[in-house]
Write a protein that binds this ligand. Structure first.
Ligand SMILES: Cc1cc2nc3c(=O)[nH]c(=O)nc-3n(C[C@H](O)[C@H](O)[C@H](O)COP(=O)(O)O)c2cc1C
Length: 207
């Protein structure tokens, strides 16, 4: 991070940039229809975040329409894997300070308002201000299987760009942490992702 840029520790860093938190963003369109999507938010300062949706994106369209979103800090990795495998129907309840929807199964959430946009044809930057944050449940510690599912979900979101060899290599690495530490939620999420990867591999073999 920036404050270490000129220290000896910086020599061991591979990048000097904003921290990215993997979250679930809930938005809604002007008719009130909710949309759930995993997205990495860039944390600039305590109350400022940047959302970077790749076009085309329902999250982007909804944010432009309503100027609000909810950032869900969620350790239920089934929601990350579910959104990438056609399972987007997760329980929600109303936000407190903005018009929006909060994931029922989140540890905490922030309600944000859109402040400005840096336009880009591929990936615009949406600068948002956090107006309200609520803790719902305690964070119970890091879990390698959750990390493995997140990495596999990111692979699934890039299936059309990555080579089968790279996908296979990364899945095998992720599987180590998964097999040692997973609970039921992580195993279920992993199964959904592996089914999509297997289907894609089969399709490639027939092309
Ligand atoms: C952990 C994780 C982080 C992601 N981060 C982003 C992101 O920053 N921007 C993005 O456009 N898609 C991201 N994706 C992929 C989106 O969730 C997915 O493509 C989604 O459908 C976005 O499009 P939508 O707004 O139309 O739903 C991420 C996926 C995962 C699993």
């Amino acid at each position: 991070m920036t404050q270490y840029a000129n220290t000896p520790e910086a020599a061991h860093c591979v990048k000097v940039a904003a921290m990215i938190q993997e979250t679930i963003i809930t938005t809604q369109n002007s008719a009130g229809v909710a949309h759930i999507a995993p997205m990495g938010i860039h944390v600039e300062h305590a109350n400022e975040i940047i959302i970077l949706p790749f076009r085309p994106s329902t999250t982007l369209d909804n944010l432009l329409a309503t100027q609000t979103a909810v950032i869900n800090y969620c350790d239920d990795v089934r929601i990350f894997a579910g959104c990438l495998t056609g399972r987007r129907d997760w329980p929600l309840h109303a936000a407190e300070k903005i018009t929006g929807q909060v994931l029922q199964n989140t540890l905490a959430h922030s309600e944000v308002e859109l402040v400005s946009i840096e336009e880009d044809a591929v990936r615009p930057k949406l600068f948002c201000k956090i107006v309200h944050t609520v803790n719902h449940r305690p964070f119970m510690g890091f879990n390698r299987a959750q990390f493995a599912v997140l990495e596999a979900a990111i692979l699934v979101s890039r299936l059309d760009w990555l080579s089968p060899e790279k996908i296979a290599l990364e899945v095998e690495y992720c599987r180590i942490g998964l097999e040692k530490t997973a609970g039921e939620r992580e195993l279920e999420a992993w199964g959904w992702l592996m089914a999509v990867i297997a289907e894609k591999t089969l399709r490639n073999a027939h092309e």
